[in-house]
Design a protein around this ligand. Structure first.
Ligand code: GAL
Length: 748
């Protein structure tokens, strides 16, 4: 049977690359993948530091299992422009930094020690996407995803495309188009069996065919008792394929789900049911380690989107992302808009050819994921280019007729070659600024942006972002406006039946090139910061979730007399999914305030807004008067479900050290996030606490990034990474004002 083994440990890494030395093991640092060639500071760095070549090497000793079989290295992705050598001989070159490739080692393996050398070139080669123009994100160099050793029979299963053509019928069908790999041209015949099983392993159906040639199709019909894959019940099934030929056996398993997904001119339908898409764009980056994060951190981002932000969709802007992330989306029921790499710029013929190949590689990698509902087959925000995009669309439809295509643009009246017109509608601006904004126009009309009068499927793929960059520690009035803009757009989308949904810009702040961001190489466009710590705007999303999945009650205020212009906290937005909120100012009688359906008629859960409609300025006192404690109580079905107290005199009371988990896995580069916050006597974040904290870690692991942090806006974050050994990690956080805080992690 095939062997798939993790090939991440014990790589030798060095800066630079010398072709003449590709056959000899060189000096260097020993590293484990996923690996970032350069770990940058948090901000104010020089991004050209990683824009150069690097060498990765690893010894592969001959093993008896290789005898008579095919041996490959599978690279989940490398950034970028990579060349793989075995014992000095070039095996394969792969340019794209986001799609997987296989290096076939078989013909060059010796029966002793073998040396794998990978050159990766972090310079932004203008001949390949996304490079050639400016890009608003970083493409961090390195072997930044997993690498696998694959040993298979000479004839093996290369891929399978699983389709569920009649998912909504009582008795369902599955077809599996199976593609065989036969690199030695053995043209073997044999038999192929497929088994479909439930999550618990129990078998539902089996089917067999004889195979000759490189393709075979298995069909399973009359499948009963099948659960649909849906966002609330993401039921997954497994197809296990067994191939037998005279050259040996092979097995491949893939998960899939039964569902339909359709964008129509009247909105999006999941399993035939209307579903308003509400989500955010996500980059695959982290502070310091760039793209190089393993499974846990990838999964955590999906969980944050689904469970903390109540999103039902994510757009993988602007490239195919980690399989761990997408698999997690399958598991938790988070829909995905996946797109090819690129940002505004379209290069010449060779560049476009590479981009078309990206369409192929993206779809062939991901076509079995039920979470993916649309392929983005345009370079994000590029100009029209008929021949190029006619081809990306043709290819996407040929490879996968079961999904619609989209192509993200900001230009209006763009040629619609896709199935869905997907639009970055950056219009909501401010009265006083020139440029592409029209004051408080929230979204443009579909006919205005598309220039197409007939009804067409339409989705908003970006909004806000650079129109209103906002830091987690910005002044509260700015944050309130940031929140308002997200709410206004969510409301407009919710109220417009023509719009299938939206993905806002964006999930979290990200490091970027000098031409973008706030001058410190950060785009502060997220509803979370780079550590995934929420800004107030995060609760604009979170509060749209059902209270049974988590009550949200978040006043958009630091609760102080003098934080805002002229003082006070009015108007006060309270982001909540409660039916109403009771607010008390000091000893004044509680005021019951209901959600503001007047301003936000379409939101599932409009915020409660405390303003002159509900209170008089006298009730809150004015500048120079005594400031009092605020108490907020949220009610659902007449019951008080959450109470929050904002003290009038907040003092630092607690240094909170909060890890996402304390159980790590050894030998995986398993990284867990830790958030440090300073809280007042009532447990609220102190938004202007900015003192230093020092981190120390003992045991088999390391802190990613520096051990000294200055709290920003009362908080900071970091990731702890397990090492090769099992054992205990002890994290200690020291600061001037608090006793040291320790957390113990087990690494097993
Ligand atoms: C868009 C672009 C995004 C990001 C965003 C900022 O133009 O697609 O990648 O740069 O603007 O608002």
């Amino acid at each position: 049977m095939r062997i798939i083994e993790n090939f991440n440990a014990n790589w030798r890494f060095r800066h630079g690359f010398d072709r003449a030395q590709a056959g000899a093991l060189q000096e260097g640092e020993t590293v484990r993948l996923p690996h970032s060639a350069v770990e940058l500071p948090y901000n104010y760095f020089d991004e050209t530091e990683y824009q150069k070549p690097f060498t990765y090497q690893k010894v592969l000793d001959w093993r008896p299992e290789f005898e008579g079989r095919e041996v490959f290295l599978v690279f989940d992705a490398t950034m970028a422009d990579s060349v793989v050598y075995l014992n000095g001989t070039e095996i394969i070159a792969h340019k794209d930094g986001y799609t997987p490739f296989e290096a076939r080692l078989t013909p060059h393996l010796t029966r002793g020690r073998n040396l794998v050398t990978v050159k990766i070139d972090g310079s932004e080669n203008p001949e390949i996407p996304p490079f050639g123009g400016q890009i608003d994100y970083l493409c961090y160099a390195g072997l930044y995803r997993d690498v696998w050793l694959k040993v298979a029979s000479p004839v093996s299963i290369a891929n399978v495309k699983i389709e569920t053509p009649d998912a909504l019928k009582e008795a369902k069908t599955v077809t599996a188009r199976v593609f065989l790999a036969d690199p030695q041209d053995l043209a073997a015949s044999g038999s192929l069996t497929g088994r479909i099983s439930r999550k618990d392993g129990s078998e539902i159906a089996a089917s067999s065919v004889a195979v000759s040639g490189r393709q075979a199709t298995l069909t399973f019909t009359g499948l009963a008792g099948i659960e649909l894959w849906d966002i609330d019940n993401p039921a997954l099934y497994t197809l296990t394929l067994h191939l037998e030929t005279a050259h040996g056996a092979d097995v491949l398993t893939r998960r899939f789900g039964f569902r339909t997904a359709l964008f129509t001119p009247d909105g999006f339908l999941l399993n035939g049911r209307p579903l308003k898409l509400r989500g955010l764009n996500r980059h695959q980056s982290w502070p310091h380690t760039g793209y190089a994060m393993g499974r846990r951190a990838q999964e955590k981002d999906a969980d944050i989107l689904k469970y903390d932000l109540a999103c039902n969709i994510v757009r993988t802007s602007h490239y195919p992302q980690s399989k761990w992330f997408i698999e997690r989306c399958d598991e938790i029921g988070l829909l995905v808009f996946e797109e090819i790499p690129g940002w505004q710029h379209i290069g010449g013929e060779a560049w476009q050819k590479e981009s078309i190949e990206n369409v192929r590689r993206m779809i062939e990698r991901d076509w079995n994921h039920p979470s993916i509902i649309i392929w983005g087959v345009r370079i994000n925000e590029s100009q029209d280019n008929h021949d190029f995009y006619a081809e990306t669309n043709r290819l996407a439809r040929e490879l996968d007729p079961t999904r619609q295509t989209g192509g993200v643009r900001f230009i209006t009246n763009s040629e619609l070659l896709e199935d869905v017109y997907t639009m970055n509608d950056f219009i909501l601006g401010s009265e006083e600024l020139p440029g592409n904004n029209r004051g408080r126009v929230v979204l443009r009309d579909r006919v205005e942006t598309t220039g197409i009068t007939r009804p067409i499927p339409y989705m908003i793929t970006e909004y806000n972002g650079h129109m209103y960059p906002t830091k987690r520690f910005d002044q509260e009035q700015r944050q309130a406006e940031h929140v308002t803009r997200h709410l206004l757009i969510l409301d407009a989308v919710a109220g417009d039946g023509d719009i299938s949904g939206s993905t806002g810009w964006c999930m979290f702040d990200y490091n970027t090139h000098k031409d973008f961001g706030s001058g410190d190489r950060i785009c502060y466009h997220g509803v979370l910061d780079m550590y995934r710590i929420p800004k107030f705007a995060a609760y604009a999303y979170a509060s749209q979730g059902d209270p049974k999945d988590g009550v949200v009650l978040q006043p958009v205020t630091f609760w102080a007399r003098g934080e805002r212009n002229i003082g006070g906290v009015l108007p006060l937005i309270i982001l909540t999914n409660c039916d109403y909120v009771e607010v008390k100012f000091g000893e004044w009688p509680a005021k019951r305030v209901h959600p503001d359906r007047e301003t936000y008629p379409h939101l599932p859960h409009p915020p409660v807004v405390l303003d002159l409609r509900s209170v008089t300025p006298q009730e809150f006192g004015t500048w120079g008067r005594v400031w009092r404690e605020g108490t907020f109580t949220g009610y659902v079905d007449g019951k008080a479900v959450k109470t929050l107290t904002l003290p009038a005199d907040p003092v630092p009371a607690t240094l909170e050290v909060c890890p996402d988990d304390t159980a790590l896995r050894a030998g995986e580069k398993d990284a867990v996030r830790v958030v440090v916050r300073v809280l007042d006597q009532c447990g609220n974040l102190l938004p202007y606490f900015e003192e230093p904290v020092s981190l120390a870690l003992s045991g088999p692991g390391r802190i990613i990034g520096p051990a000294d942090h200055t709290l920003k806006g009362g908080a900071t974050g970091f990731w702890i990474e397990a090492g090769e050994e099992q054992g205990q990690l002890e994290l200690t956080v020291t600061s001037r004002r608090f006793a040291p805080r320790s957390v113990t992690f087990t690494v097993s």
